[in-house]
Design a protein around this ligand. Structure first.
Ligand SMILES: Nc1nc2c(c(=O)[nH]1)N[C@H]1C(S)=C(S)[C@@H](COP(=O)(O)OP(=O)(O)OC[C@H]3O[C@@H](n4cnc5c(=O)[nH]c(N)nc54)[C@H](O)[C@@H]3O)O[C@H]1N2
Ligand SMILES: Nc1nc2c(c(=O)[nH]1)N[C@H]1C(S)=C(S)[C@@H](COP(=O)(O)OP(=O)(O)OC[C@H]3O[C@@H](n4cnc5c(=O)[nH]c(N)nc54)[C@H](O)[C@@H]3O)O[C@H]1N2
Ligand code: SF4
Ligand SMILES: [Mo]
Length: 896
């Protein structure tokens, strides 16, 4: 056999979070790649978290959408040529534009698109179709930060850089589970603690993995951050901690804002009362902030996803402006962006209330962009923001929609209504990477297979304004195309070919960069005109750079605003007083449902869900509750419970968690109908929005909780993915699927007893080589099937609901080439023959270390995370699991 020469490593960027880590991908020649951190990338200096490290497990094509499809007369999707699919899309848009005008057309985009794709979508919709109904999942994510930045700075500018985290003495994290959601940045924060003694304050209604690491943890009441920072502003003034010179020279509105803050939160006691914190905690926080010059305040969805999110942002910005702690080494407010290119989307104007390149809809700006694009039909006013856009679809006002890079049937609030709205469209075009998500199940008319990570070619911008290349390292599958190409093709079919005639992403990037500098003259923060004349080769080798990159210097810039220079008409930053609000509760719904993320899954799991390694951490959708609620509701850890709101419900596994506040619930957002029977929480989350940003309040929906009694529980293992719609489970069944090495595992529960499960298994097409156990009085049904090679292909172990079995012992059999006779003999008891390694949920995803191994190590004498790392390697790569390791250590020392 001829050995292929080793392919060179390609430097690219991680497709997950907004940290924007550099990745080195080395193709293996078989469609996969070896993944490593890029030591030369300034965002991560070689580190990757568990999700980034597992990227190699997500590259297979099995789950990919690989050919265009068009809905036929009978409603079924049928394969089509690209030409036919593009013709259908273009004809649909033309027809609706002619009959109903541009307001009937909308685009719903994503912070996971490349800047180039995003630019083309925005130009096509706003410039040439004449509709500003262009919004994105960033509305659910960063809109409040954008609105807060604009109110304070006159521009959507993140003033600082990651370096500030290395150079700071106090890090305040509010509404951010950084340890799980921005893990590589969190390691940097923890490093600042050990190298320079920086302290960490975490503000979150629930004690998260991030909170576990804090020097001071403030379990704030939901929605009350603005009160805390309002109280801080009063305290800073009272204790003489203001930077009077900065306030005087570079800001406006301080006196009025201080006056309102004094009326709202006059002192520590009033602040404590408004935030549900105790006075000592509040006083300690105020003291730490006051006495530390170098403070960085990072915030994320606990701040943004709120009905008062914009006010929360401004309350934080007020404190940094009042102390002049902005844009200087080691200090500043820092909005942590969620998606890999949420920032790029904001730069191109991907939101309905932006036009392009950080310009809005003032007549002068519209005129400028019209001339630059030569787009006479350009939209002249703001369009519908995401939630309002789907309401307009439901009302029948918007009739054509193009969805790209997002899964709105899962991720928008009141998601069942969203699904119904999608069904009403006259034209629904969906550009997707995968075949199996819930939005795809909502009957699109045209389905376009687009390039995925590894094939995509363009740029992204991370949380610190750093533009990096995402480079392809895998061939584009035969019938798959980049998003920008599909849009340019539709544009050409609508008669706009000349304005969309790029040869590739470098052309698009240059145009975008030129627009940012067009008639700018220092009036707009976003200026990358220094990159407008990159040659193709320079674009190809572009090194990560932080904007602005003006034409004059052609160099990036780490920080802004240390000496003022804000983008308001006066050039001064504005103080904004937050409105006062009371926390909302409503009758019949005694709990507040908080929603968010877990460490090893990304959003709706279309990619991370493919990785067995990542599935090992948390295997099923859950609801976390405070121990005090467990007994009165008769709920035990691991039992199933039904969470209900005014909008829908979900059935989730109970996790009793002392870090949860009384009266609150927390459920992760990752499960959908594609991987669980009833695990999608978007269905029950309300769609109340912030009045300034239009961002929905996704963290505090009034909800109720009740046990979901089941007759039987257990699990199913199979080599292939079973389709339960083809072979329906016994009535009333609940399931959640996870990827395993060599196949899949399903957690199962249901009203059926042993006979129903036996009947169900009997109806499957299983190999004849089977073992079976039916114990009707005991409530057990167990079976396993083996193929001709002796491999386990199927195992179903169901028993009474109060004694559910875990699959840990058996799951490994799916990856084995043969099952020994000894194993066969004991398999139906849920065990394997002989001594096996420790098991339990995976704690360290990088080195595959389960919880059992860590408890064993503690039993063997390990007393800290360093010792455990030395013995098991756990926690020594990305470090995302260190908070959990420390927690296990702590639990082990306190015998229950
Ligand atoms: N593992 C993983 N990482 C991710 C993602 C992922 O899907 N998985 N997604 C990425 C994306 S797009 C985003 S936007 C980010 C999100 O990153 P984060 O914002 O850190 O994550 P969340 O879990 O949504 O919410 C953060 C915290 O806000 C808290 N919170 C809720 N209400 C309040 C409140 O009123 N005040 C305060 N102070 N806190 C509150 C919640 O309890 C939660 O712990 O993560 C990014 N990184
Ligand atoms: N209740 C609740 N809801 C939430 C949140 C919450 O905290 N609580 N968080 C919100 C936030 S911050 C976010 S960011 C959203 C995320 O929610 P979504 O954006 O809906 O989630 P993803 O699973 O990332 O969906 C991305 C989809 O795009 C596809 N895709 C990926 N890359 C590309 C590409 O380049 N081109 C195309 N055409 N397709 C691509 C993927 O296959 C996938 O199906 O969820 C929001 N919803
Ligand atoms: S922290 Fe993890 S998910 Fe985020 S960019 Fe880095 S490797 Fe990717
Ligand atoms: Mo996000």
């Amino acid at each position: 056999m001829n050995a292929l020469p080793p392919a060179p490593a390609v430097a690219t960027t991680c497709p997950y979070c907004g940290v924007g880590c550099g990745v080195k991908a080395t193709p293996d020649g078989r469609g996969g790649a070896l993944i490593a951190g890029d030591a030369a990338h300034p965002a991560n200096l070689g580190r990757l978290c568990s999700k980034g490290s597992a990227l190699g497990e997500t590259l297979a094509l099995d789950a990919r959408l690989l050919r265009p499809m068009v809905r036929a007369g009978d409603g079924a999707l049928a394969e089509a040529s690209w030409d036919a699919a593009l013709d259908r899309a273009a004809a649909g848009f033309r027809d609706i534009l002619e009959r109903h005008g541009p307001q009937a057309v909308a685009f719903y985009l994503s912070g996971q698109l490349l800047t180039e794709d995003y630019y083309v979508a925005n130009k096509l919709a706003k410039g040439f179709l004449g509709t500003a109904n262009v919004d994105t999942n960033s509305r659910l994510c960063m809109a409040s930060s954008v609105a807060g930045h604009k109110r304070a700075f006159g521009s959507d500018t993140v003033p600082g850089a990651y370096e500030d985290l290395d150079q700071t003495d106090l890090i305040v994290l509010t509404g951010s589970n950084t340890a799980w959601c921005h893990p590589v940045l969190f390691r940097r924060m923890v490093a600042a603690r050990s190298t320079r003694g920086a302290r960490l304050v975490v503000i979150d209604p629930r004690r998260t993995a991030t909170g576990e690491e804090a020097d001071l943890f403030l379990p704030i009441a939901h929605g009350t951050d603005a009160a805390l920072f309002s109280g801080l502003l009063v305290d800073l003034e009272k204790t003489g901690a203001l930077d009077a010179a900065f306030i005087e020279a570079h800001t406006e509105g301080f006196a009025a804002t201080l006056k309102e803050a004094r009326a709202f939160t006059p002192d520590v006691a009033a602040t404590a009362a408004a935030t549900g914190l105790c006075a000592e905690e509040v006083a300690r926080f105020f003291e730490m902030f006051r006495s530390t010059q170098r403070v960085v305040t990072c915030y994320s969805q606990g701040v943004n996803q709120s009905a008062v999110g914009t006010d929360k942002v401004n309350a934080i910005l007020n404190c940094h402006l009042a102390t002049g702690r902005i844009g200087k080494p080691g200090m500043g407010p820092f909005s942590l962006t969620g998606q890999p290119n949420a920032m790029g989307g904001r730069e191109v104007g991907g939101l309905a209330n932006q036009l392009a390149a950080h310009m809005g809809f003032s007549p002068a700006e519209v005129d400028r962009v019209r001339r630059f694009w030569d787009a006479p039909a350009i939209a002249t006013a703001e369009g519908h923001k995401a939630v309002a856009m789907f309401d307009a679809i439901a009302r029948g006002e918007i009739k054509a929609l193009w969805v790209m890079g997002t899964n709105p049937a899962v991720s928008l609030p009141q998601a069942r209504e969203v699904r119904a709205a999608l069904g009403k469209l006259d034209l629904f075009v969906l550009s997707e990477n995968v075949i199996g998500n819930d939005t795809l199940a909502c009957a699109p008319h045209v389905l376009l297979p687009t390039a995925a990570w590894g094939e995509k070619d363009g740029t992204v911008t991370n949380s610190e304004r750093r533009i990096s290349r995402q480079r392809p390292f895998l061939p584009l599958p035969e019938k798959v195309r980049p998003d920008w190409w599909a849009m340019a093709q539709v544009a050409a079919r609508l008669g706009h070919g000349a304005a969309f005639a790029w040869r590739g992403p470098a052309d698009i990037f240059r145009e975008h960069a030129a627009l940012s500098g067009f008639e700018n003259g220092g009036t707009r923060d976003f200026d990358i005109s220094g990159l407008a004349t990159l040659s193709d080769a320079e674009y190809e080798s572009l090194a990560p750079v932080q904007w602005p990159v003006p034409e004059e210097t052609r160099e990036g810039r780490a920080r802004l605003f240390a000496d003022g220079g804000f983008f308001t008409p006066s050039g001064r930053a504005r103080f904004v007083a937050p409105a006062r609000v009371e926390a909302a509760r409503s009758g019949g719904f005694p709990f507040l449902l908080n929603t968010g993320r877990v460490r090893d899954q990304w959003h709706t799991m279309t990619r991370t869900g493919l990785s067995p390694r990542l599935a090992g951490h948390i295997r099923a959708p859950f609801v976390a509750i405070h121990p005090e609620h467990a007994a009165p509701l008769g709920l035990e850890d691991g039992a199933l419970a039904r969470v209900t709101s005014a909008h829908g419900s979900a059935t989730l596994e109970v996790r009793i968690d002392a870090g949860q506040q009384i009266g609150t619930l927390f459920a992760p957002i990752h499960w959908s109908d594609a991987n669980a029977s009833d695990g999608a929480v978007g269905a029950l989350v309300h769609k109340h929005t912030d009045p300034h940003s239009g961002q929905p309040d996704l963290k505090a929906t009034p909800a109720a909780l009740a046990p979901a009694p089941m007759r039987s529980r257990g699990f199913l293992l199979a080599r292939r993915r079973l389709d339960f719609s083809a072979t329906p489970l016994p009535a009333g069944s609940w399931w959640a699927r996870a990827a395993l090495e060599g196949g899949f595992g399903w957690r199962l529960a249901g009203q059926g007893g042993p006979q129903e499960w036996a009947d169900w298994a009997g109806g499957l097409d299983l190999p004849g080589d089977r073992t079976e156990l039916v114990d009707l009085p005991g409530g057990h049904y167990r079976t396993a099937a083996f193929d001709a090679r002796g491999r386990l292909v199927f195992a179903l172990l169901m028993g009474p609901a109060d004694a559910p079995q875990a699959w840990d012992a058996l799951a490994g059999l799916l990856a084995e080439e043969t099952v020994s006779l000894e194993d066969r003999r004991v398999l139906l008891s849920g065990r394997r023959a002989g001594a096996r390694g420790p098991c339990g949920p995976l704690v360290c995803a990088c080195f595959g270390v389960p919880r059992g191994a860590i408890t064993d190590a503690i039993a063997a004498g390990d007393r800290d995370a360093v010792a455990i790392g030395a013995r098991l390697k756990a926690g020594t790569n990305c470090g995302s699991c260190l908070p959990e390791i420390r927690q296990i250590l702590q639990e082990a020392r306190v015998p229950a």
